[in-house]
Design a protein around this ligand. Structure first.
Ligand code: HEM
Length: 426
């Protein structure tokens, strides 16, 4: 057996802060490996990159999730008691509940909600001097997802809900004020969602029976007990918050429309919905979002001649895997047509985690993400004209989650044709 190579740093936390998304890829390139061990804030951690490592990482017999997530992420992004920290039967049962919402018909409906709010919002964008596309899309998506979940937006303080959900994502990778704002947003979000669950149980709210609010309020665990309202609320937010976060991919898509003129021209020339899907897929591969996911070894084992000790934290590099030069040609170029070829989606195209949706912790909302991104790409390409005023469009690789320095401002936004809802079903 070979020892896992070390990156020979006393602690890598400082280096990670300095290099962000590039930390694991840089270290792997420097050490000529896809696996190395290091320490983060004193804790031994094995870092992995690439599809073979992803296949190992998603072997649930070898890795567990309970208690792995750092407290700072639990108190911002994830919340306490949600599906992310469950293992084995508890995980599979809760995940099944979430996946039951992801039928094609239901995702069509969500897209229709988004389209309706896009039409309403884009009419307003025409009256604005500058449109900050990230915030504008947060607004569209928060209304769409609340309606889809069975929550009437007219009865909610949607400004607050939208801001809080966006802040949980934005502040999750931050320090200082950004982090503390995210913690406060999490507290408010938990209160809000917990109350919705309680009101549904008490019959004061009557969402449709196939809606997330109803399903989560009525879900029973293995022993036949309802989930604590706080936990059901956390998982309800596990649908609402990340759907609002798709705004970030849409912002990046608009960034690509401006900075990748050739790809944008090709998209406009090809009105096929699949062309928009390929554009969206390349956005998800190319732009950084979550750098890595974490798990812990259950017990010691050997893999490819390397010895993995028991109860050791392991990071799988998502960004590094979707940019691995061995598996992606010209990974740092934006080439939507690469998705014309067969791509391994299980362990190579993993911006939202890998493996199986039901068995593993792979993102429950990847179908929703791909669909809404595709439809928003078509909308922005076909139904609105916009200009991009002078601004700083650079994307720092050390800010997590990443965004263009000036957050992608648009001007002179004009709706091109009146559109009927829904424009892109199917
Ligand atoms: C902005 C787009 C999104 C990104 C970048 C994203 C990313 C991720 C990542 C990296 C994971 C962790 C995978 C792992 O631990 O192995 C994850 C898990 C998850 N995502 Fe997403 N996601 C997005 C959208 C969504 C949407 C739209 C939903 C729901 C409608 C959703 C619901 C979830 C849930 C419930 C989990 C936990 C799954 C589990 O632990 O079994 N996500 N996502």
């Amino acid at each position: 057996m070979t020892a896992i190579p070390s990156n020979h740093r006393i602690d890598s936390a400082f280096q990670f802060i300095q290099t962000g998304y590039q930390f694991i890829p840089n270290e792997c390139d420097r050490l000529e490996t896809n696996i190395f061990e290091t320490r983060f804030f004193g804790k031994k951690t094995i870092c992995l990159r690439g599809p073979k490592a992803a296949e190992l990482f998603y072997d649930e017999t070898r890795f567990e999730r309970k208690g792995v997530c750092p407290v700072r992420l639990v108190k911002t992004l994830f919340g306490k008691g949600g599906v992310q920290g469950l293992d084995d039967t508890d995980h599979r049962q809760r995940k099944e509940m979430m996946m039951s919402l992801m039928s094609e018909e239901r995702i069509d409906e969500l897209s229709q909600h988004m389209h309706k709010h896009l039409d309403q919002q884009s009419a307003q964008w025409e009256t604005q001097n500058r449109v900050e596309i990230l915030d504008a899309m947060h607004h569209v998506l928060s209304h769409a997802i609340c309606e889809w979940c069975g929550i009437d937006p007219t009865q909610q303080d949607m400004e607050k809900v939208t801001q809080d959900m966006a802040m949980m994502v934005d502040g999750s990778g931050g320090v200082g004020p950004r982090h503390w704002k995210a913690r406060r947003a999490r507290k408010r979000g938990d209160r809000w969602a917990g109350q919705l669950i309680e009101q549904t149980r008490a019959g004061k709210l009557n969402p449709p029976e196939d809606s997330a609010l109803w399903v989560f309020a009525k879900h029973q665990d293995r022993k036949g007990n309802l989930l604590p309202a706080q936990v059901a609320g956390v998982d309800l937010q596990n649908i609402i918050r990340p759907t609002i976060a798709i705004a970030r991919w849409i912002m990046f898509a608009v960034h690509a429309m401006h900075t990748q003129p050739q790809a944008f021209q090709e998209l406009k020339a090809n009105s096929d919905i699949d062309a928009a899907d390929r554009f969206g897929e390349e956005v998800r591969r190319y732009y950084p979002f979550f750098p890595m996911v974490a798990a812990r070894t259950r017990s010691a084992f050997e893999w490819n001649g390397y010895e993995f000790p028991a109860k050791t934290r392991v990071f799988l590099d998502l960004y590094g895997t979707t940019h691995h030069p061995h598996y992606w040609s010209n990974p740092d170029d934006f080439i939507p047509d690469r998705f014309l070829s067969d791509i391994d989606r299980k362990f190579t195209m993993i911006p939202q985690g890998g493996g199986d949706y039901h068995q593993n912790h792979r993102c429950a909302g990847e179908f929703i993400t791909r669909r809404l991104l595709r439809d928003a790409v078509r909308y922005m390409a076909d139904q609105v004209d916009f200009e991009v005023p002078a601004q700083n469009l650079s994307i720092s690789m050390t800010r997590i989650p990443a965004e263009p320095a000036d957050r992608m401002l648009l001007s002179n936004v004009r709706k091109r044709v009146p559109s009927d809802t829904p424009a892109y079903v199917g």
